[in-house]
Design a protein around this ligand. Structure first.
Ligand code: HEM
Length: 277
């Protein structure tokens, strides 16, 4: 009898520990992603903010393939709105997931959520306008990838809003996380290149200057779909009874933490820090 009870207690403790490990791994991954996104915000504000202050708009084209184009005032205005709001959403998004902020300042959470929603839609519409009128680097396939990203951002944001209005808070959190990852697609796109460079010994295999190489093609869709798949795997493992699934998912997320740190470091060193000097 006693040994049966001890066995049960042992299994319970093990289950608790594995559940905790999964939770901690997901939190670590989220924290690393937010730190990396704050570096992106810093780059956007320092680089594009610096240009806005100095008035040297031609410098935008050091970073972007199309950028500021003569004879396209609407496209240029869309780009300016897009980039300004990119800083707002990338900074404001993670604040939505702070339990302390949500509990202490629920009004802030609601208003920041509304701003997030409207900002996401405007960024997507401006992005789609540029994508359609100017074309995407990487051609049609990259355009389709961007279109999917925009659709998922808007679709998931609508679901996050709807479930909040319906006071279905568990579902709301899930849709908000999905929307957040899709909004982060532009960031994952850059981190994807950083990680690929790291993993391939900076050889540039699969990548071409016009973004039509096999890896470019993969990333056209991967920047949205890979993070989404990983999130769904996490939801699945969290709600599943199997300790093995939880354990292996926790280990996988821990590995992703290392990969993410590597990707962020490479992107910062190659793409972001050099343009700030
Ligand atoms: C909400 C998510 C998004 C954020 C935060 C965001 C952010 C940005 C940022 C920061 C840039 C400047 C890039 C750099 O300096 O490296 C940029 C450029 C651009 N983005 Fe987005 N973006 C988002 C979604 C989209 C979507 C959905 C599309 C297309 C449907 C799009 C299309 C573009 C285009 C066309 C450019 C200019 C590229 C060029 O001129 O070469 N973006 N975006």
């Amino acid at each position: 009898m006693t040994s049966n009870l001890q066995m049960e207690q042992k299994v319970e403790v093990k289950a608790l520990n594995i559940g905790k490990r999964l939770h901690q791994a997901s939190r670590a991954l989220f924290a690393i992603a937010i730190a990396g996104q704050m570096l992106f915000v810093y780059y956007i504000v320092a680089f594009y903010g610096g240009i806005a202050v100095s008035g040297q708009y031609e410098k935008v084209n050091d970073q972007l393939g199309h950028g500021v184009m003569e004879g396209d005032p609407i496209g240029n205005a869309m780009l300016a709105i897009h980039i300004f709001l990119a800083a707002v959403i990338t900074f404001g998004g993670p604040l939505q997931f702070s339990t302390a902020l949500r509990n202490r300042f629920p009004k802030f959470h609601r208003w920041n959520g509304r701003i997030y929603f409207v900002t996401a839609v405007v960024i997507c519409l401006a992005g789609l306008y540029m994508n359609t009128t100017r074309g995407a680097h990487g051609g049609f396939i990259m355009s389709v990838g961007n279109f999917i990203n925009a659709s998922l951002i808007m679709g998931f944001s609508v679901m996050a809003w709807r479930t909040a209005m319906q006071r279905k808070f568990m579902a709301h959190k899930k849709w908000a996380l999905r929307a957040f990852l899709m909004v982060s697609g532009v960031w994952f796109f850059r981190i994807g290149y950083g990680l690929w460079l790291l993993l391939t010994g900076f050889s540039g295999v699969g990548v071409s200057h016009d973004l039509t190489g096999p890896f470019d093609r993969f990333l056209s869709f991967g920047h949205s779909l890979v993070p989404l798949l990983i999130l769904e795997l996490y939801f699945f493992a969290k709600s599943h009874q199997s300790l093995q699934i939880k354990k292996w998912t926790a280990a996988f997320l821990a590995l992703l933490c290392l990969l993410l740190v590597g990707g962020i470091a490479v992107v910062s060193m190659i793409f972001w820090i050099p343009v700030l000097h």
